[in-house]
Design a protein. Structure first.
Lengths: 316, 656
């Protein structure tokens, strides 16, 4: 915001994801815009002219426009009043990427509310016109500068509608956050320890590579894995089992990257997780105070990245 | 598209509104400037559809220079309001030309608001104000449309409607500010020559023919509200400049420098009235013969002429009172000398005429009657087109042409009185005025301009003698209502309209009077509103006189009180309306409750209806119709507006 209000005097509009926030009457600030100041100057000019020419209709016009300005103040204020805001879903990003916060802005009133702008400090505002009794999703984005939890920064909800002469705004502090993963580091080969490790438990028949035998059909088994030839021999429904889940267990370990300071190490680990996830490998993650069991898939990827993101952060 | 870039539609609307903004000025501007302005607008409109036509920077500079050159050729030194208006129009047109971004839109709209204010310097009719209101709505609509994040498809009717709403909502604030804003009496700086054109009125000297020019104008000179009954026409002499000095052709005020209290004796009751004077270039005020109490700040000269400061070129409203019957007392030596001054043009015929009268009478009073008798019996005619009088107008008029109107009669009569040794002077002003029965006030027009004579007689002091009345008594009893025919032959006598025989004409007259009544309120409350009116309004409201500071405070407080009211109004309007079907049902239950049949909270409509019918079998038909319809509308799949209306009708007609 161009106008700095001392922090302790700022009235904020707060809200969490469940209840959302409603803009209250005393949370709205309003000042004239540059056009508003121009308008005031114009009124002064017309007024002086009217005094000079003793022109009552000039006065009438001056006062009509002054009234218009005052009424516009009321309408600008009302354009924000009672808007509801609810933080929406926000996807995790890597450090250095644009973090996107979704905010649902709702207009419970029966009238339209055009020209609503939502803005993060020093960023371009996102603007929209809210139809009567509707909700609209505004997406704010800002660069994620730090790994970890990134709460929605204080943002400014503002409007200049209807005449553009006045700027009304309110400070929003919504509960909600974006998880920021460490920035992936360069491809550094892991050094000190073997990356692969044989699984102690051995094959459990949940792999995909080597045929290890048959078992009785259970509902839910994929038809591809049903041993149709066995079935054709009228030996009942049997399901083929495959092994091979033993060989490619990868441990991504904090201890594999000695000599790197914490953030760089996390970046390296992040890169390793990404690589493993890309190769569809099952992997486990070992951090000083945390160990993720080997697994594969998106949820493992996310769990690992989240663990890296939150490394060193106090648990909520 | 950059949201700050203006699309085609706003630009189109802006161009059209700009054209409308300047349009009323076209009659005041040089035709070439008006045409140039229209050409610029057309170019702008064309370039919206054919961007090729949009002038580049250099061409625009060329157009600017050409426009400026045109203005400076037509109005060197930019003297006069039209020059300034032309400059404003040039600015507006050029700004419109380079209008691309939102910022430019604001500049044009602000210039537009300013342009609106300039119209009022030339014209102050109600229609123009209505026109200005419409344009304020249009301009504000543009601002509204520009403050949206995205514009709606189609014409921005919604924005216009909101603009009209905003304007309507600001009307009460406008009125409060208008009536309570502390008035500073202008001007703040000298207006110079800007305002000298186009205003008519009496001047402080007459040459023969100057009043006849004035009489052709139907323009209103002033309007008068009387505190009591309006005096009869023969007493309605509105005193203006008093002329003492003549060189034979021209009469002027002379140098009457007398100070000290101006008094007269009178037994008549004072007549109080308020005059709303239309703008005139003069610094004197008009009052009935003779003025007693004056408006604040005005002074009365020894010849009962009221002058005031700051009344030039503005609509001015003042209160005064007069006594219509008076005795001015003794004559000062200086007044006697001035009242007997003679020009070099006195001829022997004139001397002989006066000598003849003097010989036949034994008092001044009889001599005055004799002179009036002369005008009455000799073939003098009252005409607005007197033949041109050349070297010695008075002599020629008295003995040869004998056709003229008030100023001829007044000046020659005064001269003859002076020849007879009676101190005399010419008084100019207005006589009569038309009574408007709709507003019960008097309209005095320029066509009521008049000149008469005052002679000093020992018995009564300065006495008003109107020689015109001797020739054309109708002139005094009735206002001019004839069609002033420019092309009438010189010397054709005026025929006064005897009655309103023609129905159409009388209807037209009524219409004109009605319009003037509206105009008079307009003039009294809006155009003539001044610091004085402000104080009397406050007194009327029971506040007494307020100082500027208290007035400002009252204004701020009233305005501040208006805003919450407005807020309430807006809240009411946007309150979520209950379902009309539900509303009707609630009303139906209320009506039954008044008869003791209160619906229990647990009762659904069907149970309730059953109970009602059990207790009041006479209502069965109505109740079951209403309840069935309600159930169908509220819980059924169909929501037919026609059925909804039917339910509403049934409930309205339901009497338990």
């Amino acid at each position: 915001m161009r106008w700095r209000v001392p922090e302790r005097f700022i009235r904020r509009c707060r809200g969490d994801a469940r209840d959302g926030a409603t803009v209250g009457p005393q949370q709205i600030y309003i000042i004239p815009t540059r056009y508003g100041l121009g308008f005031a100057l114009l009124l002064l000019l017309i007024w002086i002219g009217s005094v000079n020419y003793a022109n009552n209709l000039g006065f009438l016009l001056t006062f009509l426009l002054a009234g218009l300005g005052l009424v516009a103040m009321l309408h600008t204020w009302r354009n924000l009043l009672g808007l509801t805001l609810r933080p929406g879903r926000s996807d995790p990003v890597f450090k250095g990427q644009q973090a996107r916060f979704e905010i649902q802005v709702g207009n419970p009133r029966g009238g339209e509310r055009p020209g609503i702008r939502l803005q993060l400090a020093a960023h371009e505002a996102v603007a929209g016109d809210l139809a009567p009794r509707s909700e609209q999703r505004f997406t704010l984005s800002t660069r994620a500068e730090r790994r970890g939890r990134f709460p929605i920064p204080r943002c400014v909800l503002s409007t200049r509608y209807p005449l553009g002469l006045l700027h009304a705004w309110c400070y929003l502090e919504l509960d909600g956050e974006v998880l920021v993963y460490p920035a992936p580091g360069p491809h550094t080969p892991a050094t000190s320890q073997p990356a692969y490790q044989l699984s102690q438990q051995g094959d459990k028949g949940v792999g995909a590579d080597d045929f290890v035998g048959l078992r009785g059909y259970r509902p839910g088994d994929s038809p591809r894995q049903i041993a149709w030839k066995v079935h054709a021999r009228e030996q009942g429904l049997q399901t083929k089992q495959f092994g091979g889940d033993r060989a490619d267990q990868l441990w991504i370990d904090w201890g594999h990257y000695p000599g790197l300071e914490t953030e760089a190490r996390l970046s390296a680990l992040c890169r390793a997780v990404l690589d493993a996830a890309q190769r569809q490998q099952a992997f486990g993650l070992r951090l000083p105070e945390l160990e993720l069991k080997p697994a594969r898939g998106d949820s493992q990827r996310h769990a690992a990245l989240a663990a890296l993101a939150l490394y060193g952060e106090p648990r909520p | 598209m950059n949201p700050n870039e203006l699309g085609r539609r706003p630009l189109l609307a802006l161009s059209l509104i700009t054209l409308l903004l300047v349009a009323p000025h076209f009659v005041r501007l040089d035709l070439r400037i008006s045409l140039a302005f229209i050409a610029v607008i057309l170019l702008r409109l064309a370039s919206l559809y054919l961007p090729r036509l949009h002038p580049g920077r250099w061409l625009l500079l060329g157009i600017t220079l050409a426009g400026a050159a045109l203005i400076f050729t037509l109005y060197p030194l930019l003297i006069g309001l039209p020059a300034k208006v032309a400059l404003l129009a040039l600015m507006l047109g050029l700004k419109l030309m380079e209008c691309r971004r939102r910022r430019d839109l604001y500049v044009v709209v602000f210039l537009g608001y300013f342009t609106l204010s300039t119209h009022f310097l030339f014209e102050q009719g109600m229609l123009l104000v209505a026109y200005a209101f419409v344009l304020v709505i249009g301009l504000s609509g543009l601002l509204i449309e520009a403050s949206r994040a995205t514009s709606r498809p189609g014409w921005p009717l919604h924005s216009l409607r909101l603009a009209a709403g905003l304007t309507a909502q600001s009307l009460p604030i406008m009125l409060v500010l208008f009536f309570l804003f502390p008035r500073i009496e202008g001007p703040l700086w000298n207006l110079g020559v800007d305002n000298s054109t186009g205003k008519t009125g009496l001047s402080d000297s007459i040459t023969l023919g100057s009043i006849s020019q004035l009489i052709r104008s139907r323009a209103v000179a002033f309007r008068v509200d009387f505190d009591q009954a309006i005096p009869p026409p023969r007493l309605r002499y509105w005193r203006g400049p008093v002329l003492w000095h003549t060189d034979g052709r021209r009469w002027s005020r002379g140098r009457l420098v007398e100070t000290g209290p101006v008094t007269f004796r009178s037994d008549a009751d004072p007549v109080g009235y308020q005059v709303t004077l239309e703008p005139s270039p003069n610094d004197w005020l008009y009052a009935l013969d003779l003025p007693e109490t004056l408006p604040a700040g005005a002074t009365l000269s020894a010849d009962y002429q009221i002058s005031a400061k700051n009344v030039r070129n503005r609509r001015y409203r003042y209160a005064a009172s007069s006594r219509l019957d008076y005795h001015t007392g003794a004559l000062s030596e200086r007044q006697r000398r001035l009242g007997l001054q003679l020009p070099d043009t006195v001829t022997s015929r004139m001397r002989a005429l006066v000598a003849g009268w003097r010989a036949g009478t034994d008092s001044d009073r009889q001599l005055v009657s004799r002179a009036l008798q002369f005008f009455r019996s000799e073939p003098f005619y009252y005409t607005l087109n007197p033949p041109l009088l050349e070297t010695n107008p008075v002599d020629q008029f008295l003995f040869d042409s004998r056709r003229g109107f008030c100023e001829h009669y007044a000046t020659s009569f005064t001269l003859l009185m002076r020849l007879a040794g009676i101190p005399a002077r010419v008084v100019t002003g207005y006589q009569g005025g038309q009574r408007n029965p709709l507003g019960n006030y008097l309209i005095v027009r320029q066509s009521d301009a008049h000149a008469w004579s005052e002679v000093w007689l020992a018995g009564s002091g300065w006495t008003r003698i109107d020689p015109t009345a001797a020739v054309a008594p109708e002139r005094i009893e009735r206002s001019f209502e004839f069609d002033l025919d420019e092309n009438a032959d010189p010397g054709v006598p005026v025929i006064f309209a005897s009655a309103d025989s023609d129905l159409l004409r009388s209807v037209m007259k009524q219409l004109r009077l009605g319009l003037d009544a509206a105009n008079a309120s307009w003039h009294r409350w809006i155009l003539g509103y001044s610091r004085q009116q402000q104080q009397s309004l406050l007194q009327l409201l029971g506040f007494g006189s307020l100082s500027e500071f208290k007035l400002a405070l009252a204004m701020v407080l009233t305005t501040a009180a208006l805003l919450p009211l407005l807020l309430l109004l807006l809240r009411r309007r946007e309150r979520i309306r209950p379902d009309p079907v539900q509303g009707d049902y609630v009303k139906f239950c209320r009506r039954l409750a008044r008869r003791g049949l209160v619906r229990q909270p647990h009762e659904g409509p069907r149970d309730f209806a059953r109970r009602v019918i059990r207790q009041r079998p006479d209502l069965q038909r109505q109740v079951s119709a209403i309840v069935n319809l309600y159930i169908a509308l509220r819980y059924g799949p169909s929501d037919d507006p026609q059925q909804r209306r039917r339910l509403h009708r049934l409930v309205r007609g339901f009497r338990a």
